[in-house]
Design a protein around this ligand. Structure first.
Ligand code: ADE
Ligand code: ZN
Length: 336
């Protein structure tokens, strides 16, 4: 079996995916038309050409603009279903999906519209495509603590649909400490907690996410490698990192894939995983992300399997579900 085939057929688990970042330009145009919204692009090609980013903020500006076409419950359903169809075709068994409610409530779309559309699709995706999922609500860190508290309050009636909370958007200038009290409240309410840390922000932000927010899992975490004490803490605590190779390349977190820290993380004993982040903006879904690093980093098949097994272990599912997914990977490994 070729390496391409191996990566394509390998059962996968995704732990870092912003559902709004899976909005493909084609669907953006369809929804703009359906909702009579003007977007500043004439064609799908023109949209793709605009996807050249010098840093995280360049991307976020376009990402928040893109999501303005999402208006109705059906729009959120269609967005989520399109993502699930894509990943089902890539042998993704399970996915843990972020959504950014404040990206919608801030422009007048009701919280319930968003959550009801997404969860209806997640239920259908499980039934029709066999992809299981968990939902994680992110606070936008460039907005205030007060607004995060307000968002947490809006989520409480939907605890049956939301498993965890996260922290995303513009990192530098918005350290985890800003949200320590919101996260404490979220944990008290029973939510699991994750946070983007060390994507662009310094190792101090990663320490804060661990000590202040008490995260169960870390999103990105690349800059942790600059601090050996921090690496030791991450390894000792068994904190998994949801790493996003194509995102890191497109947002200039790494210069080229040969310099991507994924293999170094594995060598250091960090539980690293591979994820797509915002696949419609960064050039691909799970398979594309594995392909992007496998060659340049010279990853062995055993390392690729470790990455998928790390994701199973770091997922927020029951031990029985983890065991079932491990069995599927073991069966694949024997036949590959
Ligand atoms: N929101 C969507 N994608 C993000 C990323 N990679 N970092 C921070 N916020 C985001
Ligand atoms: Zn992200």
């Amino acid at each position: 079996m070729s390496l391409d085939q191996f990566i394509s057929d390998m059962p996968k688990v995704e732990l870092h995916l912003h559902i709004e970042g899976s909005l493909e330009p084609e669907l953006m145009f369809d929804l703009a038309q359906r909702n009579k919204i003007t977007i500043p692009f004439k064609s799908v090609d023109e949209v793709r050409q605009a996807y050249n980013f010098g840093n995280l903020q360049d991307f976020l500006d376009i990402y928040y603009q893109g999501m303005s076409v999402l208006q109705t419950e059906q729009d959120f359903y269609d967005l989520t279903m399109a993502y699930l169809r894509r990943v089902a075709a890539e042998n993704v068994m399970h996915t843990e999906i972020f959504f950014d409610p404040q990206g919608h409530t801030e422009r007048g779309v009701a919280f319930d519209t968003v959550i009801n559309g997404i969860t209806r699709a997640l239920n259908d995706g499980h039934g029709q495509l066999g992809v299981s999922s968990n939902l994680i609500m992110c606070f936008l860190r460039h907005l205030s603590e007060e607004k995060a508290f307000d968002t947490l309050k809006q989520a409480l009636p939907h605890k049956d649909k939301i498993l965890g909370v996260g922290l995303d958007s513009s990192e530098v200038g918005h350290p985890p400490a800003k949200f320590e009290r919101v996260f404490a409240e979220a944990r008290k309410e029973g939510f699991l907690v994750v946070a983007h840390a060390g994507e662009e922000g310094p190792p101090e932000y990663v320490w804060e996410a661990l000590d202040g927010l008490k995260i169960d899992r870390m999103d990105h975490g690349n800059r942790s490698l600059e601090d050996s004490g921090l690496v030791k803490r991450i390894v000792d605590q068994g904190i998994a990192l949801t790493v996003c190779p194509l995102s890191n390349l497109k947002l200039c977190v790494v210069k080229d894939m040969q310099q991507h820290p994924l293999k170094k993380m594995l060598d250091l004993g960090i539980k690293a995983t591979v994820n797509s982040d915002d696949p419609a903006y960064f050039g691909g879904y799970m398979t594309a992300n594995f392909n992007a690093v496998a060659g340049p980093l010279g990853l062995s098949r055993s390392e690729l399997l470790t990455l998928t097994k790390n994701a199973i272990d770091a997922s927020f599912v029951s031990d029985a579900d983890k065991a079932r997914m491990h069995q599927r990977v073991d069966k694949f490994a024997l036949s590959a």
